[in-house]
Design a protein around this ligand. Structure first.
Ligand code: FAD
Length: 321
């Protein structure tokens, strides 16, 4: 496709999320030499314009509105529909994040567009656009293409490579006033359980623990390793159910789906429901006392041993290098 592609750029706690840069990169591929327009919503979002140019946006549309500071389905749906109506793009890309999962099917239904969701790769060559998405909890991949019309895609975070930052890149910007009415839900309070920590869904390194970690103290040990590596701590449902950590850390079929560069599984057996959330990680390292644990079937590197002995050794080694 050669045309104009809109990339929705998400912010969280006043910062651009990495998936925004990945959306721009995917939009660049899809537009095939056309125009990439980054759309960003909230207040003071014009502060991000330059950064969005540096990561590949040709143009930035800002929608400044206090109501958009926090995500609500009604407000974001209305705002994004108005951006689409105003810009009339040929394609639209957003992250397959909590926001993307919630709002994209609603927008697709409203504008009667086909939606290919949760893609991990996009090949665009002229008219031919092929999207790859995992199915059956990551056990297989399917390739999908649009037969015609508006091309609406959500991308799984951490899979599409963002463009190299180029500070000489520049572009143009415009702002759009939107009318938002009849919001049916109001956010009264946000309680951040993992404030200040690396965001699990965007982390490049995840140190995950299961029931084998045995308690909250074990999770503190995992956190100390994650801090050394600049990574995030994740967990199996077994660990969450046992009360060792918060459910916000749960990875798997009923938790978060993650694709880090490096995934450590400490004391996790490798149940199918856990694997569904992490099997597409680029490198998997499993540490388990049981040599028969199924996690070893998908691990790139496996250590049969006690995690309470292995983690201190790993930390020592990392500190020395
Ligand atoms: P266990 O299976 O108990 O494994 C603990 C492992 O730790 C064992 O392999 C043991 O050998 C090892 N171990 C013990 N001590 C040590 C030590 N000192 N050093 C090294 N290794 C040690 N699970 C998820 O994770 N995510 C989900 O999203 C999810 N969704 C589910 C949805 C449904 C509908 C259902 C039915 C289940 C779901 N589950 C999910 C649960 C899943 O089936 C497993 O029960 C769960 O993943 C097991 O967690 P675990 O591996 O931590 O615990």
């Amino acid at each position: 496709m050669v045309g104009k592609v809109l990339a929705f750029c998400e912010t969280r706690n006043g910062e651009l999320r990495q998936v925004s840069f990945e959306a721009i990169s995917a939009a660049k591929k899809l537009s095939n030499g056309g125009e990439v327009v980054a759309a960003i919503l909230g207040t003071n979002v014009s502060n991000f314009i330059e950064t969005l140019y540096h990561y590949g946006a040709d143009r930035v549309v800002t929608v400044e509105n206090e109501v958009l500071n926090q995500y609500t389905t009604d407000a974001y749906q209305q705002a994004l529909l108005q951006v689409i109506e105003d810009e009339k793009p040929d394609g639209f890309i957003m992250g397959h994040t909590a926001i993307g999962k919630d709002v994209s099917p609603r927008i697709a239904a409203k504008i009667q567009a086909g939606l290919i969701s949760d893609i991990v790769n996009i090949e665009a060559n002229g008219e031919k656009v092929v999207c790859t998405r995992p199915i059956y909890s990551g056990k297989a991949f399917e390739k999908k293409k649009f037969t015609d019309g508006f091309q609406f895609i959500t991308i799984r975070p951490n899979n599409i490579k963002q463009l190299e930052k180029d500070e000489s890149r520049t572009g143009t910007a415009s702002s759009l006033d939107v009318e938002i009415k009849n919001i049916r839900t109001v956010i009264k309070e946000v309680v951040q359980k993992t404030a200040g920590k690396v965001d699990l869904s965007e982390a490049k390194i995840i140190v995950a623990g299961g029931r084998g970690v045995k308690g909250e103290e074990g999770f503190e040990l995992l956190q100390s390793l994650a801090d050394l590596l600049g990574g995030a701590v994740g967990a199996s449902r077994g660990a969450c159910d046992s009360g060792y950590c918060d459910y916000s850390l749960q990875i798997g079929q009923t938790g978060k789906v993650v694709t880090p560069d490096l995934y450590f599984a400490f004391g996790i057996s490798g149940a199918i429901q856990h694997i569904a959330g992490m099997s597409n990680s680029k490198v998997i390292v499993a540490v388990n006392k049981d040599p028969e644990a199924p996690i070893f079937d998908i691990a790139d590197y496996g250590i049969v041993g006690d995690l309470f002995e292995v983690i201190p050794l790993l930390k020592e080694e990392i500190k020395q290098n």
